[in-house]
Design a binder for this molecule. Sequence first.
Ligand code: HEC
Length: 119
Amino acid sequence: MNARRTVLALAVLALASSCFHFRRWRVPDDATAEVIYVRAACADCHGEDRWGTERAPGLRELEAHWTVESLAAYVAAPGENRDARLDALDAEYETDMPGSAFLSLAQRTRLARWLLGYE
Ligand code: HEC
């Protein structure tokens, strides 16, 4: 039944977009990097203190591998911004780094600057 399929597809779309907006809504535009880090769920995997958990590596001394720009891009789309080191790191964990494209570029830049120790 095509009509039923269409209704189902619309329901799935509505649900997906409400999740997207919900996640965006949880992170105010002017949130500090610390608040973004917790509300965007980074802390759930990387640890509140950024020393890592069994789900994900620690986020310390990132400046050896990242610039503010490259880190802001990676946070939005980890699958597209990879190198051999990240693939090796990924293989150590069962979870994958999810993309946080619901964060604006300004929010991701703020987060990247903080993670790199600039503020
Ligand atoms: C579901 C768990 C999970 C969440 C949530 C998560 N990550 Fe990750 N992250 C990972 C895993 C696993 C890796 C290892 C590499 C990979 O999978 O690409 C990783 C890798 C990274 C790296 C690369 C570390 C390095 O040594 O270069 C950075 C930076 C990072 N995450 C930042 C973040 C930020 C910022 C957020 C929140 C916006 C976040 N992560 C949310 C699991 C997660």
